[in-house]
Write a protein that binds this ligand. Sequence first.
Ligand code: ZN
Length: 71
Amino acid sequence: MRCPHCDQADRVAVRRAKLAERDGRVAIVTGVPMEECPACGERWLSFEVAETLDAILRRLIASGAETATAH
Ligand SMILES: [Zn+2]
């Protein structure tokens, strides 16, 4: 699927780390499936992935660790 952002390349499926920060705490989720444009670097998350990711990041931050990671 063509990138609507730059129209230079096709979006490719990748797995990347996602990071969230709140109140000085950082939560990282690795291996998040998403699509990325190799030309401009724009990324897209599916709705389901975004929802799941949000829940995981919230849980990690709520757990109170300074830095937390989940796969
Ligand atoms: Zn692009």
